[in-house]
Write a protein that binds this ligand. Structure first.
Ligand code: C2E
Ligand code: MG
Ligand code: MG
Length: 750
């Protein structure tokens, strides 16, 4: 902007006066006299009447007082003057004197006086119209005075005309004082604001950001800081001068945030921009709307900052904190977030379930140790790739650490079916060997599954339970297992019992209860099942479903099995000694069955108790047998060799294939109690039980029904041709002494 030349000299009717420029006082008087045509003659004429007119001033005082106090805008000023310690009477008197001074001959003195009054009025907030009002009253008053003067008509006319000119000059000069004071004030303010503006402008120009403001109504840039000007000076008619450089994919987002800002909602977004060198940079655009009274935005203040370095670092950090560096799969933290979102989505759809799978590479330690860590890493990467190829994109695969992976399935209606589908695909994909450093490696995996909401309602529990199921599957030698609250023990429970089991053995806190088995044809007692109990010092009797899984997971099951075998066989010896030859059944868990020393231990226990093998039956589940059929066959055959019989416990709940039956030396099928409970009236249970009995008899096995709770079930089993029964209806499991007396008093014969 070019500066205007300061106006010089007297303002003439031909020259244009710069209103920002004060006129020199002496020149102003001349100027006023000139414009109002006040001549020296006029002033001399006026002099003749000055005394006569001033004499009537006392009467004007009253009119003037009334005028001042009748108008609140003025009276308020007077009262404020008084409140600030001033004297109202003095102030009014001086104002009156000032009015009457209109007839003084000294124009210059009058001018300076008028200027000061104008300045004072300006400072007090009294607008010039109040002075005009006072002068209007004064003129009326003077006209009356003039009427009383004994002068000619022409003289009266001239006197009135001169007075009018003097009044107008007074008003003009007073307004000038008012206006000049205001001007000075504004000039001072302007100076201050300019200094601040320059400071802010310098600051904004020095910032590396682009800063601008937009008038929303006109949709135009109203301010642009220097860097924005330097780059986009020719595009400032648009709210987004940089729009053409923004990445096409980000433009919609830019429009969205702009619309929000127009509606009065400030926000920010991250966008990419192409730079001159063709590279792309990240920027953050922040919009701050200033609201009009109607809630719409009047101005929008905009800030565009380069966040390329931050964002690259952030994105890198984000990636580091959420990705497994070896496999590039999400890590446990990110997977946890995925799980959280899946659970939230599932909660919104009643009846839907989320599947959480924990997967572990079998024998990975062995590969790592023999191939070396580097090749171990290669193997992990290959496994990740293979898993990635079978997991759907909508589902989530992660490396949870070491050789453990996680698979999360999005909400489904039938969790079991969905899980089995994925598990089958995963297991099938591992049929093909891995090539690692020219070696063909056959790798297998074990999976554990938990489902939301049945097996837990938060991420941690679901993962822990999936892991528990996986460890149980490993122990049982199965490729996968679903979480089972009865079999899988939470880490908290494990921790709770970890130190206590050994001391329970040492302190003789375990005991066996015996439950009889009776022959339904001969009504004789054919055996007794030994069932473990823990007389816990603080928790009372702890049942085996709590003890066995913990002991298995803590690796404490073998000493317990040893103790049960020895105790049960000693008891059996006692019964024989007391004239009741009742064979005893002992449950052998999967882990115990896998123990290479099991047969030796049984043999030793038989010897130690001094009873023959035919006094012992071991109960194992189908799952236990299926873990290693070859080995199972070998163990059972050896046990058979010295007369020990084998019962399949909980028959019907385990494995669906029955081919193992013909390959193993089995003697008894114990039908699981879940089929027996309602067998008296449930047609399906009757059909199942009948089939199992037929199957057992066809294979020459004895068939025993577990969980017989009433006589109706017993009658039904009798009519179905079941060989033997066990259950509360016959007897609850009883401690040793009670069982002995039951033997001697029972209606069932020994
Ligand atoms: P199991 O071998 O199937 O034992 C039968 C279970 O059914 C026992 O539960 C018994 O008390 C219960 N029972 C018997 N008759 C009835 C009845 O009429 N109605 C109902 N509702 N239940 C009946 P318990 O003693 O709690 O044992 C549970 C499981 O723990 C056993 O199932 C067995 O698998 C395991 N177990 C028990 N003792 C030992 C042991 O010494 N070693 C091992 N490894 N497992 C054991
Ligand atoms: Mg049993
Ligand atoms: Mg059973």
């Amino acid at each position: 902007m070019s500066k205007k030349k300061k106006p010089q000299g007297v303002m003439t009717n031909r020259s244009v006066r710069n209103p920002h420029q004060r006129t020199r006082p002496d020149l102003l008087l001349k100027e006023q006299n000139y414009i109002l045509q006040i001549s020296v003659d006029d002033l001399a004429f006026m002099d003749k009447y000055r005394v006569a007119l001033a004499a009537g001033a006392a009467r004007f005082a009253e009119i003037y007082y009334n005028y001042l106090f009748d108008h609140p805008e003025i009276s308020d000023v007077l009262y404020a003057h008084e409140r600030n310690g001033g004297d109202i009477s003095d102030l009014v008197r001086s104002e009156l004197q000032f009015m009457l001074g209109i007839f003084s001959g000294d124009g210059a003195a009058r001018e300076s006086e008028l200027n000061q009054v104008g300045a004072k009025h300006s400072a007090r907030g009294i607008r010039p119209v109040w002075a005009a009002g006072a002068y209007r009253l004064f003129l009326d008053f003077l006209r009356e005075l003039i009427m009383d003067l004994d002068i000619t008509f022409a003289e009266r006319n001239r006197l009135e005309s001169v007075i009018l000119k003097l009044v107008l000059r007074d008003l003009g000069m007073m307004s000038d004082g008012y206006w000049c004071t205001r001007l000075d004030e504004y000039r001072d303010e302007f100076k201050q604001v300019s200094a601040q503006y320059e400071c802010v402008e310098e600051l904004l120009a020095g910032l590396p950001h682009l800063i601008w403001s937009v008038d929303v109504k006109r949709n135009q840039v109203t301010y642009a800081n220097y860097p924005l000007h330097a780059i986009y000076s020719n595009k400032l008619e648009s709210p987004y001068p940089f729009l053409a450089d923004a990445h096409a994919e980000d433009q919609q987002q830019l429009l969205t945030v702009w619309q929000e800002a127009v509606n009065g909602i400030g926000s920010s977004t991250e966008i990419r921009m192409s730079l001159v060198d063709g590279t792309e940079h990240w920027y953050r655009l922040s919009l701050y709307p200033s609201l009009s009274r109607r809630g719409r935005s009047g101005q929008v203040y905009c800030l565009l900052e380069d966040i390329n370095t931050d964002i690259s670092e952030r994105k890198q950090l984000e990636q580091l904190s959420t990705t497994d560096s070896l496999t590039r799969l999400p890590n446990r933290a990110l997977w946890g977030d995925h799980m959280k979102m899946a659970l939230a989505a599932s909660r919104r759809v009643p009846g839907s379930q989320v599947v959480v799978i924990s997967l572990d590479i079998n024998q990975f330690k062995m590969y790592n140790d023999t191939l070396g860590r580097k090749l171990g890493d290669v193997l992990l990467r290959e496994v990740a790739k293979r898993l990635d190829s079978v997991v759907r994109e909508s589902d989530s695969l992660a490396r949870l650490g070491g050789d453990q992976f996680g698979i999360l399935l999005q909400p489904v209606n039938d969790a079991r079916t969905a899980a089995e589908r994925v598990i089958t695909q995963v297991l099938d994909s591992f049929d093909v060997p891995f090539t690692c450093a020219d070696k063909q490696l056959c790798v297998s995996v074990t999976l554990g599954v938990s489902c939301f909401p049945d097996h837990g309602t938060n991420e941690e529990t679901l993962l822990t339970n999936a892991e528990s199921a996986m460890y149980r599957a490993k122990r049982n030698g199965l490729p996968f297992q679903f979480f089972d609250p009865g079999s899988d023990v939470s880490p908290a429970t494990q921790l709770h019992y970890s130190g206590q089991i050994q001391s329970a053995l040492d302190n003789n806190e375990f005991e066996l209860h015996y439950q009889p088995q009776v022959d339904l044809v001969t009504s004789s007692i054919t055996g007794a099942e030994a069932l473990l109990r823990w007389r816990h010092p603080t928790e009372g009797t702890v049942l085996p479903k709590r003890i066995i899984p913990v002991a298995e997971q803590l690796g404490m099951i073998s000493p317990i099995t040893d103790w049960v075998l020895v105790t049960a066989l000693r008891q059996c010896k006692d019964w024989i000694y007391n004239g009741s030859s009742v064979p005893v059944s002992v449950n052998v868990s999967a882990r115990s069955f896998q123990s290479p020393r099991l047969v030796d231990k049984i043999q030793w226990a038989l010897q130690e108790a001094g009873v023959g093998g035919e006094q012992l039956e071991i109960e194992i589940t189908e799952v236990t047998l299926m873990m290693d059929l070859e080995r199972a066959a070998e163990v059972l055959t050896r046990l058979n060799d010295f007369g020990v019989t084998v019962a399949i416990d909980d028959f019907g709940t385990g494995y669906s294939s029955l081919t193992y039956l013909k390959r193993l030396p089995i003697h008894t099928l114990k039908i699981d109690q879940s089929f027996i409970m309602d067998v008296a009236f449930d047609k399906q249970d009757i059909a199942i039980v009948r089939s199992i009995i037929d199957l057992g008899h066809n294979l020459d096995y004895k068939v025993v029904a577990e969980g017989v709770e009433n006589s109706m079930a017993l009658d039904m089993l009798n009519s179905l041709g079941c060989d033997a029964a066990q259950g509360f209806h016959i007897s609850h499991p009883l401690p040793e002494e009670q069982f002995s007396s039951w033997l001697s008093t029972s209606a069932w014969s020994v």
